[in-house]
Write a protein that binds this ligand. Structure first.
Ligand code: SF4
Length: 212
């Protein structure tokens, strides 16, 4: 089996294992996902989902959040960690959306990257989840699992992993595949314990690099 064939088989098996691939950050509008994604750095999605409830209740629109005091945003988002820099980025990002993009989240990858606090991971997440476009989200689960599976070879840099996966993963599959890697990484191919290879649906086709 070539690496590409293995990738396609892994994609199909994970689809069966996790039929409902979805982002675990709650959102009903694109700008809210943009805020949540920034808050999710070094924080759990579950905590972000709780914290943003208070934030969006007080500031229910791009305009309201753009006009908010950065210090007040910081007070609200502090439980997510890195409160100062996250609040600064969120404020600057909302101001840019308001002033340059008519309050709308742009649907272009390069434009998204110009927004304060938005890196490739966040821009890909927005492209895939909000706009249904090809996306590869290289978070910690994606990087750990694709290395263990032998789909990438000892690459830890998120951008390099992303580029390697673009060569293997059909574009339309990328976004859901990455969501499923997160689910699999939380349940089976875990980071803090030895991965549960004995009950993994990929056991016979995974290279288990660094695991055994
Ligand atoms: S076989 Fe083991 S290392 Fe490979 S994906 Fe499954 S749990 Fe992870």
């Amino acid at each position: 089996m070539t690496k590409k064939q293995r990738t396609l088989e892994i994609i199909e098996r994970l689809k069966k294992e996790y039929p409902d691939a979805a982002c675990t950050l709650d959102y009903d509008q694109a700008w809210k996902l943009l805020v949540s994604v920034r808050l999710a750095a070094q924080c759990t999605d579950a905590r972000v989902n709780v914290v943003v409830e208070g934030l969006f209740e007080k500031y229910p629109s791009v305009e309201a959040l753009a006009a908010a005091d950065v210090e007040d945003i910081e007070t609200i988002v502090r439980p997510c960690g890195l409160g100062k820099s996250k609040a600064r980025d969120i404020s600057a990002c909302m101001k840019m959306l308001r002033d340059e993009y008519g309050g709308k989240v742009p649907d272009d990858f390069k434009t998204l990257l110009k927004l304060p606090g938005v890196g490739r991971k966040s821009a890909n997440l927005i492209m895939g989840d909000v706009f249904g476009k090809p996306a590869i989200v290289t978070d910690t689960h994606c990087i750990r699992l694709t290395n263990r599976m032998g789909l990438v070879d000892g690459i830890k840099d998120p951008k390099k992993v992303e580029m390697a996966l673009w060569e293997l993963v059909p574009p339309e599959e990328g976004s859901d595949f990455c969501h499923r890697l997160v689910m699999h990484g939380r349940e089976i191919c875990t980071a803090r314990t030895k991965p549960y290879c004995d009950r993994c649906c990929l056991n016979d086709i995974c290279k288990k690099v660094g695991v055994e």
